[in-house]
Design a protein around this ligand. Structure first.
Ligand code: 6PG
Length: 242
């Protein structure tokens, strides 16, 4: 059984509130020592409650000029496309807080995927502190798909967990959609790593991963959890089989 810290809250709103508290705690701690808090956020629908909460409750209590926002992954679509992770966060959070444009480091979904992966890797090397010569985020927020993927590291692309490159292209296994993703090596170099997983649809994979049973070895999220000391924030629905 995985030994990761599990934080289970009643519902997705309470889970998002706990994650917002974690962000504020790490942000305050980091700003005692340096000028910026570097966070990498995932896409999908789960984090949207968190982004809304940050925009509504923390828009004035956080000095957003000290916040730098990066992405864990991006769909290779235009930023105005409904599928765009950046586009979603822009609408819910960025447009509702006072954060300088230069603090937003979006992956350019509209660009050539291979070129953008190289560009983004160079950006991370330039703007983040290096620990063991690898850029380090203060916090990386991850989700997990019903198929056990995380970031855009899918079960049929496990090599992205160990790639020596920091940012790679990927492809959604069923839709064929091109993606850009941080690799396991970069994700695991984070000072703090947190999965945010809510909803009944995740309960079976959560149970398999935490109890290391059935298909757990096919799930990229398992390897990040087991190898990289991630905290796992759940709601009761996602934790219902534990
Ligand atoms: C993405 C995400 C992806 C997401 C999971 C969970 O771009 O889709 O980065 O890894 O975190 O698919 O998505 P939901 O939160 O929508 O279930």
């Amino acid at each position: 059984m995985l030994k990761n810290r599990l934080i289970v809250e009643q519902d997705s709103f309470n889970t998002a509130t706990k994650v917002a508290d974690l962000i504020v705690e790490l942000y305050n701690k980091k700003l005692e020592k340096t000028n910026y808090f570097n966070i990498a956020i995932s896409g999908g629908s789960t984090p949207n409650i968190l982004f809304k909460l940050l925009a509504e409750r923390y828009n004035k209590t956080i000095d957003w000029s000290k916040f730098k926002i990066f992405w864990v992954d991006e769909r290779c679509v235009d930023p105005t496309d409904n599928e765009s992770n950046y586009g979603t966060v822009k609408q819910i959070l960025i447009d509702n807080i006072d954060i300088p444009a230069e603090n937003i480091f979006r992956m350019r979904g509209e660009a050539d995927p291979s070129e953008e992966a190289k560009r983004y890797e160079a950006e991370l090397l330039k703007h983040l502190p290096l620990i063991d010569e690898i850029p380090q985020f203060d916090l990386v927020l991850l989700g997990m798909g019903d198929d056990g993927h995380t970031a855009s590291i899918f079960p049929d692309q496990m090599e992205l967990l160990q790639s020596i490159e920091l940012v790679k292209t990927a492809k959604h296994p069923t839709t064929g959609q091109n993606r850009i993703t941080l690799t396991g090596k970069l994700i695991c170099n984070a000072a703090h790593l947190a999965f945010v997983i809510t909803g009944k649809s995740k309960s079976k994979v959560v149970d398999e991963v935490i109890h290391e049973k059935d298909w757990f070895e096919h799930y990229p999220a398992y390897y990040i959890m087991s190898d990289c000391k991630a905290d796992i924030y759940l709601d009761e629905e996602a934790a219902s089989l534990l």
